[in-house]
Design a protein around this ligand. Structure first.
Ligand code: GRG
Length: 324
């Protein structure tokens, strides 16, 4: 697997610039706000979304100020959504460190998330293109909608693969799609190119979430979450859905209902994880990602071979085989 550093090579200077400009926004003349912003800025993630914006732009043109602003818009948005997500999930850990809600409290985390979200809007408004604000608002609605669909899905007994795909398209893939779309739009007005890269981003996002969901069934991954964590929260994802679909095992179905009702203990969770693994759940999830990745590679084949096109190929391969 190619490393993120290698994939970033065609846009490494621009990605560094994004990091610097991200940091320069994360200071403020308010003691508490500044403290939390600094804390968030010091624990940066993999920058997968700005990388996608920059590569999409460079595939079709020259990266300019509007591309950088688009990349920052969505990285701020992503950062805010993670802070809010940790409140929703009552999670104490983010990027291997104590989450904002755990280190402070929910009130601080909601408000700092809001502030960073407002920063995202502020950044988008600096681009003289109403389409960027439109993409951002649509994406924000998709994320909130996806999270609520997931919440509702935890509480009911339905176990549907199509609902699973709806959730991951909205809560994760919509943002990847927006990043690629906005990057492309910053360098061209060709709607066919913008749509093609949007689709590429959406597929990358679907694969990203499936990969994330596989981690829940594999011990020793570098993601920093214990096995069965999602399941403990009542989230039944692709590996287990597949195992339940192919076996129709009534006993396992009963265990899943117990999980959803909050009546399961660690041994029930471990039994379900083992069941999903033993019935090809992980293999099925991997094959699903490979199927999607092929569609994405075909989209790229509309463009002549170049280091940037290769980097986008590698980006997708990284997403489906990453270990964190
Ligand atoms: C409108 C701000 C706002 C929030 C909307 C809470 C929420 C509602 C949405 C949360 C969506 C969410 C966090 C989905 C999970 C996606 C995911 C797997 C994120 C992890 O991404 P990485 O691994 O993170 O790229 P790093 O740490 O590398 O940046």
């Amino acid at each position: 697997m190619t490393s993120i550093q290698h994939i970033s090579q065609p846009v490494s200077e621009e990605l560094d610039l994004c990091r610097q400009r991200f940091d320069s926004f994360m200071t403020y003349n308010n003691v508490l706000l500044n403290e939390v912003l600094q804390r968030v800025a010091s624990r940066k993630g993999k920058m997968m979304r700005p990388l996608l914006t920059l590569l999409s732009a460079k595939l079709l043109g020259e990266i300019g100020e509007n591309t950088i602003l688009a990349a920052l818009t969505f990285e701020f948005f992503h950062t805010a959504s993670l802070i809010h997500d940790d409140i929703v999930d009552e999670s104490g850990v983010r990027r291997g460190e104590t989450s904002v809600n755990e280190a402070y409290n929910n009130k601080v985390a909601v408000l700092v998330g809001d502030f960073i979200l407002a920063n995202s809007l502020d950044t988008a408004s600096q681009v003289n293109d109403p389409r960027l604000v439109a993409i951002l608002s649509k994406t924000a609605k998709h994320l909130a909608d996806g999270e609520l669909l997931q919440l509702h899905n935890i509480e009911n007994r339905e176990l549907s693969t199509s609902v699973y795909f709806e959730i991951i398209k909205r809560k994760t893939a919509a943002l990847f799609a927006a990043c690629a779309e906005a990057g492309t739009m910053s360098v061209t007005n060709q709607s066919a190119d913008i749509e093609r890269l949007r689709q590429f981003g959406e597929i990358a996002g679907i694969c990203f979430q499936i990969r994330d969901d596989i981690f829940d069934y594999v011990s020793g991954s570098e993601i920093g979450k214990p096995t069965g964590n999602d399941l403990r929260e009542g989230k039944v994802t692709l590996p287990l859905l597949h195992a339940l679909n192919v076996t129709n095992d009534a006993q396992m179905l009963h265990l899943v209902h117990m999980v959803k009702e909050g009546r399961a203990d660690n041994s029930h969770i471990a039994t379900l994880v083992k069941f999903a693994v033993n019935h090809g759940g992980i293999e099925h999830a991997k094959q699903t990602m490979i199927h999607y990745a092929e569609l994405a590679h075909q989209l790229l084949n509309n463009y002549p071979d170049s280091p940037v096109r290769q980097a986008l190929h590698d980006y997708l391969d990284y997403v489906i085989s990453r270990s964190h």
